[in-house]
Design a protein around this ligand. Structure first.
Ligand code: ZN
Length: 284
């Protein structure tokens, strides 16, 4: 399918509009409020926001980040989420090779991860609804590959029994889900024994399992975990340098996992190859 600059602009605007809705989800989902009612309003003067206030990115810039009615400042995060969602929509479209269904699935998954990033940052919880979106994308994509490529796409587990070799085939997404979740349960348990306090929440374990369903039990999943740790370490050092956190303060790992997940979903191959190159691997 051909594409053009105009497609990119339309996709950016559409993605930013979804981002505007994601802001509502980030704010209301952890508090179990309805996502649809009441309509968006200023949290300071409670005036219902109109069309002029709700144009993604532009409203924030034109109104200089303030409520048109009472002048209360809006967090720049609203604009940031909208701009990121717009950027992801365009990127997903290009990365999918302009395949609409795949691009839509990739975008929905990254949107769920964006919600996880901010909700975990604010409340230290990872909403199950968002993890389910991530896992479903992995299962659906794997199901499609199985349908097209047959058992060759599945992972064979062979066993010699009664002098005969028997093989069962398991879907990559299912094995990845078990490996990702199991690994995190195990790591969490080790840390809990070593530090004598819980280090990873069940939300982190579920997110690792869901990412395993997408990436499968291979180098990409390993790269994803390494990337999460790298981002986590970088953020921890930055926070300490800026004196925002002290050594030993709790920094939630979920946001790092969500951020690393978005990056690796959009750039699976370059990042996997980049991390493998640290171990002297070069594609030949
Ligand atoms: Zn107001």
């Amino acid at each position: 399918m051909p594409t053009s600059g105009i497609t990119d602009v339309v996709l950016f605007v559409a993605g930013a509009c979804v981002g505007s809705f994601l802001n509502v989800v980030i704010y209301r989902l952890p508090e179990d409020k309805s996502l649809w009612h009441p309509p968006s309003h200023c949290r300071s003067c409670h005036t219902r926001l109109g069309f002029v206030d709700l144009i993604p990115v532009l409203s924030y810039l034109i109104l200089r980040g303030r409520c048109r009615h009472c002048g209360a400042p809006f967090s720049p995060r609203y604009m940031l989420v909208e701009a990121i969602a717009g950027g992801i929509a365009v990127t997903a479209w290009h990365i999918s090779g302009f395949a609409p269904y795949y691009a839509a699935g990739l975008f929905a998954t990254c949107a769920a991860l964006l919600v996880i990033f901010f909700v975990d940052l604010d409340h230290m919880i990872i909403p199950d609804e968002c993890v389910v979106v991530v896992a479903l994308f992995g299962l659906a994509r794997d199901g499609y590959h199985l349908y097209v490529l047959g058992l060759g796409w599945a992972i064979p587990f062979a066993q010699r029994i009664g002098g005969e070799q028997l093989t069962i085939y398991l879907p990559r997404s299912i094995v990845g889900l078990l490996v990702g979740g199991g690994l995190f349960l195990f790591i969490g348990w080790i840390f809990e024994v070593a530090l004598k306090k819980p280090a990873l929440g069940m939300g982190d374990v579920k997110l690792a399992a869901a990412m395993g369903a997408i990436l499968g039990p291979g180098y990409s999943l390993l790269s994803y975990f390494l990337l999460s740790v790298l981002i986590g370490a970088a953020v921890a050092v930055l926070l300490m340098l800026l004196s925002l956190k002290r050594r030993g303060d709790y920094v939630p790992f979920g946001p790092m996992m969500a951020l690393a997940a978005i990056v690796i979903l959009l750039y699976t191959e370059p990042i996997t190859l980049w991390l493998l190159s640290w171990y002297g691997y070069s594609p030949g």
